[in-house]
Design a protein around this ligand. Structure first.
Ligand SMILES: [Zn+2]
Length: 328
């Protein structure tokens, strides 16, 4: 493993544009506290897609196979179901190695952690992200400690434990697990957060690449995402935007954020035309995986939703559909 992978890469603040080395252990901008993004990745080239690779790595031919931390994630089926006759397609993300889309980000992140020779990582999660990170860390010979709320269901804990990684149960609400992991990170562990880390977000762009390629390099009209922290929606938005800038598609599709009525901070902020997503008091819902009262990248998600609605100023604003949507 060489450090060549990291050449030319930087973290850049999504708000104040401050730059940091991509090897930095900061999980937020040290200047303003907002979220960081990855800068300096190669631009998308349709001709460079490795069609022999049935995973997210078909879009990263510049990363040598021996350097990838992979379990075959991505390239999930896009299928029509029921009587939709192709009008509605489902992307089967549960077929990823640990059962969730998080594997896209964790494969990508673990590859770069391995290049940086990081030995210890921490993460807070009440579910899929913890299991995904633990599994990929085991693959990369990195020690992971996952901080989980004490109410986390036993089957999720067993999935983390099966990887051989450490699981720390934190009493109290979800936010207490977040505080515990930040304390551990300040003591020197790498915070491999599925919502703060820029490498993890970068890996999620492959969802958009796959959808467009599986549609014969055509853009879908709309994409609907269940959202907790909203990272798949956000990573996909950046993926569609990368394809637009590369000339592969003309506009980004409209993106829909679906939240449980009892916990809908993004939907509420969107409806009130707020630029930020204030924390709410979360009610009970069976959709526990998206029960996030304060999404970490809320400001970015609102911006992505609005820009996607607008088709990046390419004329969708005036459509009756859009006017109805904005009035709703
Ligand atoms: Zn900043």
């Amino acid at each position: 493993m060489t450090k060549r992978l990291l050449e030319g890469l930087r973290f850049r603040c999504t708000r104040c544009r401050s730059a940091l080395p991509a090897t930095a252990r900061d999980w937020r901008c040290p200047e303003c506290g907002d979220a960081l993004a990855l800068d300096g990745m190669p631009s998308f080239e349709r001709e460079s897609v490795d069609r022999s690779e049935s995973s997210i790595w078909r879009y990263s031919p510049h990363v040598p196979p021996r350097d990838r931390v992979t379990l075959g994630e991505g390239w999930t089926p896009l299928i029509a179901a029921g009587r939709s006759k192709g009008a509605v397609l489902y992307k089967l993300e549960y077929l990823n190695p640990t059962g969730s889309f998080k594997d896209r980000g964790m494969s990508f992140l673990s590859t770069f952690l391995s290049a940086m020779k990081v030995g210890t990582v921490v993460e807070d999660s009440s579910g899929n992200a913890g299991a995904s990170l633990a599994t990929y860390a085991a693959r990369a010979n990195i020690h992971a400690t996952i901080y989980v709320p004490s109410y986390t269901s036993p089957h999720k804990l067993s999935q983390i434990s099966a990887s051989g990684m450490e699981c720390v149960s934190v009493p109290g609400p979800r936010a207490d697990a977040a505080r515990a992991v930040e304390t551990a990170a300040r003591a020197g562990a790498y915070y491999a957060s599925h919502f703060w880390n820029p490498f993890a977000l970068e890996g999620l762009k492959t969802f958009a690449y796959e959808v467009v390629e599986q549609l014969g390099w055509k853009c879908p009209d709309r994409v609907i995402f269940p959202c907790g922290h909203g990272t798949l929606l956000l990573g996909s938005y950046y993926g569609f935007e990368t394809l637009r800038q590369a000339g592969v598609i003309e506009t980004v599709p409209q993106l829909y954020c679906i939240q449980a009525a009892a916990c809908a901070p993004i939907a509420e902020a969107f409806a009130t035309q707020s630029d930020t997503v204030p924390a709410i008091r979360a009610g009970e819902t069976v959709a526990e995986g998206i029960r996030i009262a304060e999404p970490a990248r809320g400001r970015e998600i609102l911006s992505a939703l609005r820009r996607a609605y607008d088709g990046h100023g390419r004329g969708r604003t005036g459509s009756p559909h859009r006017r109805r949507a904005l009035q709703a």
